[in-house]
Design a protein around this ligand. Sequence first.
Ligand code: GLN
Length: 205
Amino acid sequence: MSPATGAEQATGRPAPLVGILALQGGFEAHERVLRRLGARTRQVRVPTDLEGIDALVLPGGESTVMTLGVEREGLKEPLCRLAAGGTPILGTCAGMIMLDRAHLGILDVLAQRNAFGRQLHSFEASFEVDGVDGGPVHAIFIRAPWIAEHGPDVTVLAEVDGHPVAIRQGRILALSFHPELTGEDRLHRFFLSLAGFGEPTAKET
Ligand code: GLN
């Protein structure tokens, strides 16, 4: 017997196909969370990998290396076109940096790299994310950015020390931290809900 996936059960629709940029960084952890939630996943390395995907994840890693990979593979323009077409995108940590004005220019934000200080490589914190039900989110930060500036279309969903660490602009979600590493799946569920799959765990704003 092959039971319906979680996403199929929740929506009666085929499981969403989520592309995960897999040039570098922590793409496999996202793959595991998304599959557990019933999504199908595809590693994205070249522009043709973007064809037919319902949503896209830009994982954590090293934004300088990821930027070189995106340029080398000619991915910048196809990624921007995908975002302009309304495809939901989740960026975590380096993925948040990739989305900002200084990189892909998909979000009207400026991310500050290694914002919590170079010495403080990693820390964990728990905090409420606006609209995410079920209590505080447990988050791990690894040489994380924060949002230093943002435009009027950006909604701040959570802050640490007065700095935005979770934001949303339309169907694009950017997080300074790594929900894929803490067994936390509510942010991925919210992300899938932006693509029209599954029950939303955060209110539409
Ligand atoms: N410090 C990294 C950068 O600037 C991001 C770290 C991460 O993704 N965990 O790209």
